[in-house]
Design a protein around this ligand. Structure first.
Ligand code: GLU
Length: 445
């Protein structure tokens, strides 16, 4: 770490005490972009780095609701509106027990650069709650969503801030959130993305983050003249992202040997294909069940821990932040892994990323590799604005094209700034320069 980066990060840590995940996300970007800022007097004069790490607005609110036994429950809600230089704030809502201000800030910070990379007109933000839908009834989830939107609606809207799903927020939650918003503002607005297909949603939105991550990985493999055909792949989730990544890997001829939840994983040496693959897609989205149900149905063993000791060619982490540690990275490299595409946000620790890069692994960071989800949210917004619905093929072709372009921009930027093949630098610099130039044009606001 250069002395300039060290000094800057010292201030960030002092201003945002205890926000470990936020420090980590900022540290990674600052390390990549400091050389760019140092060479550009306009950025320095405008205090671009100092401004960009400060959210435009952050709201935190009480979410009281009543459970099925009639007990009052209290959760905490967040929306961090990070940057609107490129468009309305845009980013998902995460409902998970781990959610706190640090997590939402790190996610919002990453989102601003990710959205910039899509080239669509979207600023960056993120929100959520420490409420977990797992183990709750539909009625409880609905009452929670209504209570959450009872405050959030004041801060959002189609030209202000456009939420969507993330961990714990899928089609069911988006429906309840949208219904309550519509009731409160008395307007049906093509707002909030990930909507149901029969009331304004986009085809492929559900699949987009998973498909997009695999498209990005395929582009990385192609730089070495390789494809997914015959490759062994480890995936660490089974939800929206993991299950659709699995679907796409299968379609491209790869073999997915693991899926996982937060504590356990399943290893299927012959691959999760056909009936099994279809069941994984429905497991949470339709049946609201976990890996235990898969294990029972197919007689598979539930193994404790993370799947990263499993030999594979490609790893697609789709779980929580920092799920790949240095030890995991060492095991992956030792077992022959040549490509890592981050489906989740910041699933690899800084040390793990360095180990991958030092060992010639193609490493696609989340803000580039998983940008397909939000990119397709952007396409959903476009369809809502023009009051049209595109076909599955049209949306998928656009998604593929966007992922190709992001891959290309990352590679070209990494090369232009003297670190060829470093997708982390490429994504951070390309995203930062786009947002920073828009901020320069818009003055000190
Ligand atoms: N939560 C997703 C992400 O991390 C999607 C956000 C959106 O569609 O707005 O990019």
């Amino acid at each position: 770490m250069s002395p300039a980066v060290q000094m800057f990060m010292h201030d960030v840590a002092a201003r945002n005490p205890g926000e470990r995940e936020f420090h980590q996300a900022v540290g990674e970007v600052v390390e990549s972009v400091m050389p760019v800022v140092e060479k550009q007097p306009e950025f320095r004069k405008a205090r671009m780095l100092e401004r960009i790490v400060e959210p435009e607005r952050a709201v935190m609110f009480r979410v009281p609701w009543v459970d099925d036994r009639g007990e009052v429950r209290v959760n905490r809600g967040f929306r961090v509106q990070f940057n609107s230089a490129l468009g309305p704030f845009k980013g998902g809502l995460r409902f998970h027990s781990s959610v706190n201000l640090s997590i939402v800030k790190f996610l919002g910070f990453e989102q601003m650069f990710k959205n910039a990379l899509t080239t669509l007109p979207m600023g960056g933000g993120k929100g959520g709650s420490d409420f977990s839908p797992k183990g709750k009834s539909d009625g409880e989830v609905m009452r929670f969503c209504q209570a959450f939107m009872g405050e959030l609606f004041r801060h959002v809207g189609p030209d202000t801030d456009v939420p969507a799903g993330d961990v714990g927020v899928g089609g069911r939650e988006i429906g309840y959130l949208f219904g309550q918003y519509k009731k409160l503002v008395n307007r049906f607005e093509g707002w909030i993305t990930g909507k149901g297909l029969n009331w304004g949603g986009s085809l492929i939105r559900k699949e987009a983050a998973g498909f997009g991550t695999v498209y990005f990985a395929a582009e990385m493999l192609a730089t070495r003249g390789q494809t997914f055909d015959g490759k062994t792949v480890c995936i660490s989730g089974y939800g929206n992202l993991g299950s659709h990544a699995l679907e796409k890997v299968n379609e491209l001829g790869g073999k997915v040997v693991t899926i996982a939840d937060e504590h356990n994983y399943i290893y299927e040496p012959d691959g999760i294909k056909g009936d099994k693959a279809r069941y994984v897609i429905d497991l949470w989205q339709v049946h609201r069940q976990g890996l235990e149900a898969y294990a029972e149905k197919y007689g598979a063993k539930l193994l404790p821990g993370r799947p990263w000791k499993t030999p594979c060619d490609v790893a697609i982490p789709t779980g929580a932040e920092n799920e790949i540690t240095l030890d995991d990275a060492k095991a992956l490299v030792a077992n022959g892994c040549k490509c890592v595409a981050e489906g989740a946000n910041m699933p690899s620790t800084a040390e793990a990323i360095k180990h991958f890069q030092d060992n010639g692994v193609l490493f696609g960071p989340g803000k580039a590799a998983n940008a397909g989800g939000v990119a397709t949210s952007g396409l959903e917004m476009t369809q809502n604005s023009i009051r049209m619905a595109w076909s599955r093929e049209e949306v998928d072709a656009k998604l593929k094209e966007i992922m190709k372009r992001i891959h290309c921009v990352c590679l070209e930027t990494a090369e232009a700034y003297g670190t060829p093949g470093n997708y982390v630098n490429g994504a951070n610099i390309a995203g930062f320069v786009k947002v920073a130039n828009a901020m320069l044009d818009q003055g000190v606001v």
